[in-house]
Design a protein around this ligand. Sequence first.
Ligand code: BGC
Length: 755
Amino acid sequence: MDIKKLISQMTLEEKAGLCSGLDFWHTKPVERLGVPATMVSDGPHGLRKQDDKADHLGVNESIKAVCFPAACATAASFDVDMIRGMGEAIGDSCQHEKLSVVLGPAVNIKRSPLCGRNFEYFSEDPFLAGKMSASYINGVQSRNVGTSIKHFAANSQEHRRMSSSSDADERTLREIYFPAFEISVKESQPWTVMCSYNRINGTYASENKWLLSDVLRDEWGFEGYVMSDWGATADRVKGIVAGMDLEMPSSGGVNDRKIVEAVKAGKLDEADLDKCVERILNIVFRYTENAKPDTPWDMEAQHALSADIAAQCMVLLKNEGGILPLKREDDIAFIGEFAAKPRYQGGGSSHINAFKTTSAVEAAQGLNVTYVQGYSAADDSASDAQIAEAVSAARAARVAVVFAGLPDAYESEGYDRKHMRLPDCQNKLIEAVADVNPNTVVVLHNGSPVEMPWIDRVQAVLEAYLGGQAVGLATVRVLFGDVNPSGHLAETFPKKLSDNPSFLYYGGEGNRTEYREGVFVGYRYYDKKDMDVLFPFGHGLSYTCFEYSNLRLSADAIKDTDTLTATVTVKNTGDRTGKAVPQLYVAAPECDLIRPVRELKGFAKVELEPGESKDVSFTLDKRSFAYWNEALHDWHVLTGEYAIQVGASSRDLPLCAKVCVTGTVDVPRHYDVNSIFMDILADPKAAEIMKPFIASATAAFNPPEEEKSDAATEAISDEMGMAMLNYMPLRTALSFSAGQVSEEQIMALLDAINK
Ligand code: BGC
């Protein structure tokens, strides 16, 4: 299709019209020119295709589909191949259902456990979120349907989500809130990007030219179209200039007319409009020219796939005395409504009309498992009778497995959680069961961290997250050891909410939320504070044991333009096949810059049979060592010795190797009379010029040795003199040089060092 020619045949009104939706889910057709309407649907962990009554909050029924595990779960797999497979399956169903774009993945950073949509997001870590997202996108798009990575950007709360401004410095945006999008654009070129509802530093994402054009397109190379989140368009004309191509759903024609008027009034360059139209049409035709509506959609096969995936995501948080896996011959009590009615997805626009579910109770048929309800999730209560029934079932069983978690109303799109606790009735139930059965296991269904006041009283905890429609099957397989758990936490579980770095400022004041913790999100904060956490980022147990050894680097010194390979040997030292998740963190050298202790820069998932060893290699490049330098307005590597740490979690890093990295880019410096000696002397070239000047500059309090009185020697040592000098601005030479330094000399010196 010759898109440019097509655009030349379109009227201004047709072009403006194309830049908003036909209805809730379709782009507009231009019939006279053969431009078809195309359909988009949520997303991300399955299809929410609505046929008639449309809404964007998951209120009205959509077609029957397969609900895969949500991103909170899939991120914990640390398995890029697995999530690619899930993407392929979703891509096939899109082809079958004639959908051009699935609205996801959602990659916003988990700044606080309170965000109502955390269950839809991958991680507190941008590298992990980016790698999982890129792989999902590659999977979906391998089927010739598009994705819409969302919500760009800094959309980490639901509170006042359509008006709030996320105010953060550029380094924080670049290092924490952008990289998941950046990695995805660079590694998987999503067909579309969905801009967020919120403002960023005062400007709505939907009209933010810096965000949507300068960064997304010019810097990262994004080629597709940007669509608004549903209702995120404020000033439509500004949006066109910013590069926000498609308004969804639509403004009933109001904004289309504003576009036309602005062009006619000479306030909007028609060329800007043409660019938006071209980007939309490119994707419309990329889909229609590759549509394969006869692609089969085998829902039963996808149900089975979703069970396999869910099992790979579960995180075994605790397993005292190897209580898990359970033995088939054991008498087991399943306690808690979620065992029979699993909570397997969150509320809002990602809510899928699952064609079937498998609960743990159903999956355990044929085993010695009894079930009691324990609590009622809908009215969030546990009666005395329910607790008494649970206690007697627990007493009669060798192992009591309590299925707990957050009821639907606790976390959803549209509002935030109010606290980090499980329902009180469930905590009470767990305590009551643990009182009578020393072999108590807790299975959790939740989309983000919860406090565990009973943690020392139970033997095991299995975090099953919101594991999709087959989560019950997956849970039983993991509990009974058919699948060896291999998930690792993609987020820290703090001990209590107030430990979280955003605690003081989360939600903000009115329409302004300051991201005051800066880059110290998640483990970047807990590690810097050396704080005890309930479970650290990256943590996850297995029914076997792994040993990490022999970390070697391809070089002990590199430039920031080189790559470095780190290789580690992982061995299964236990007696079961299992999957290890080696994680590589980079620790920057001590320096003036305030940086996290360590940052995740590599991870892998490897299956090992008992006794088997494998080498795993990671490639590190400039970005593995860099921070965002606001003066350079670019990534920068400080010269120094970096530690490469490898192990099984952010707090279990037995291996360390050092590499000297030389930064090849100098940060431009400019000195003036207020520059302090320490900063000037830290710059080797300036220090050289400065040397002859130092003694005279400090003559008043630092006379030559032979002239010093005994009292002076006692009062101020050379070291102290030097320390005082450090923080002195250059101009103070006039005051402290005992008349030896003139203003002209200072200016001449500045000239020389600034050259
Ligand atoms: C959500 C998006 C979703 C859209 C369409 C919005 O409310 O924020 O994630 O894709 O609705 O349902």
